[in-house]
Design a protein around this ligand. Structure first.
Ligand SMILES: [Zn+2]
Length: 417
């Protein structure tokens, strides 16, 4: 992993206020990831783990002590010198909420400050898309979740919304399935809840969860790939989430797989998603096997679970679909591999969970065959290492970052080590 010291080679003209803040946040992020990876590290171990200088780690640790997020877990002999403190996250400091809002449900996961999940509230929503209804349902579900934790302070609330989100502005820029344009969701929620709210989308949340609690504990260069109704990717380079200028980095589902191909719900033709999103898989299957029982299924989730059952029974039609899926997915992943040169490509979300064990081997083969040699040799295709609710967990981690950034943690001096 590149150390933050390495970033001091940025040309002087580009070191503005924003860049300095980014460096500080990146250092703090690295220290927190170290805390979650090791549990009760010493300052020395954090410095080794993050590549930051001991002085930088000490400054950040002191800041985190200052706002009550860290505590001492004990002291140990350092072989003649001063005893070394082991550090731990102060779980009781407050609550972090991770909220996953999809077209058909709202899930609110409540975590302590050490990001252990305490409770979960699940709430189905109807197919109504007006912001008043959806915002009201989000507020109601959060209030129901918090009723289980009376009196506990809430440090932050991370809300994942489908579609394009601009976190800095707190706005849902475009949610195609709801027809939303420029809805100021953050203000609407903060007014109703009286809590700090941070918005993002599921691709970013999944990638943060993978960075903090999954494969990101071992590698810093990874791409997470969500396979479901929609498909998309989240990119991390050097342990940092890549957002792009308008938070749309990773919209790989809307890159072209087949020139002038099938219509996609984004309005373009031939997108990756039009083939390997679940509605695309259903269309592919119906065209080849019109009389097969799966071809009559309307529900996406029943289609995927039926195909998974078929694979268990070695149904040739299910096998055919998975081979076709792997052929298209593998080629589309090779484009990502050639562009990003990652160490791991991580499959997540419900389709991947259902059929991953059959999908991964042929996809891996196709991805490697279609990637340039040096990149193909370096990359591994794997299932996510975050077992439960990566969107909620990632949003809670983002809410924590937001809390640290906005709750007045002082810069504390030169954090560039
Ligand atoms: Zn598209």
């Amino acid at each position: 992993m590149t150390t933050v010291q390495g970033r001091s080679s940025v040309p002087p003209l580009s070191i503005g206020k924003r860049t300095t803040r980014d460096i500080r946040n990146a250092s703090r992020f690295a220290v927190l990831r170290g805390m979650y990876a090791v549990g009760t590290p010493t300052r020395q171990e954090l410095a080794q783990l993050t590549g930051l200088s001991f002085a930088t780690v000490s400054t950040i640790v002191n800041e985190l002590f200052g706002i009550g997020l860290l505590a001492e877990a004990g002291r140990e002999d350092s072989g003649g010198g001063r005893p070394r403190a082991r550090l731990k996250l102060a779980a009781e400091r407050g609550l972090l909420l991770g909220v996953d809002v999809a077209e058909t449900y709202i899930h609110v996961d409540v975590f302590d400050a050490a990001l252990h999940r305490l409770t979960r509230e699940e709430h189905p929503i109807r197919e109504r898309s007006d912001p008043t209804y959806v915002i009201g349902e989000i507020v109601g579900t959060i209030q129901a979740a918090l009723a289980n934790h009376p009196g506990a302070p809430v440090l932050g609330t991370g809300v994942s919304l489908p579609g394009q989100v601009q976190p800095e502005a707190g706005v849902s820029v475009f949610a195609p399935n709801w027809g939303w344009h420029q809805v100021p969701v953050q203000d609407l929620l903060e007014d109703r809840l009286g809590l700090p709210v941070h918005l993002d989308n599921p691709l970013k949340a999944t990638t943060v969860a993978e960075l903090w609690f999954g494969h990101g504990r071992e590698v810093g260069d990874l791409v997470t790939v969500n396979l479901g109704t929609g498909v998309g990717a989240g990119i991390a380079i050097d342990g940092q989430l890549v957002r792009g200028v308008t938070n749309n980095a990773g919209e790989w589902g809307h890159t072209t797989l087949i020139m002038d191909g099938r219509a996609c719900r984004c309005g373009r033709l031939g997108c990756v998603e039009a083939y390997i999103g679940v509605p695309g898989l259903m269309a592919t299957f119906r065209a080849e096997h019109p009389g097969h029982p799966y071809a009559r299924l309307k529900s996406q989730s029943r289609f995927v679970s039926s195909v998974a059952d078929g694979l268990r029974r070695e149904d040739p039609a299910a096998r055919w679909l998975i081979e076709r899926f792997a052929h298209e997915l593998g080629a589309a992943l090779a484009n990502l591999v050639n562009m990003i040169n990652p160490r791991r490509v991580v499959l997540s979300s419900w389709t991947a969970q259902a059929v991953g064990e059959w999908l991964i081997p042929p996809t891996r083969e196709r991805m490697r065959a279609e990637s340039i040699a040096g990149s193909a040799d370096a990359v591994v295709l794997v299932m996510t290492a975050v077992e439960d609710s990566p969107v909620g967990l990632g949003m809670a981690a983002l809410a924590l970052e937001n809390f640290l950034e906005t709750a007045g943690v002082p810069s504390g001096g030169n954090l560039r080590g």
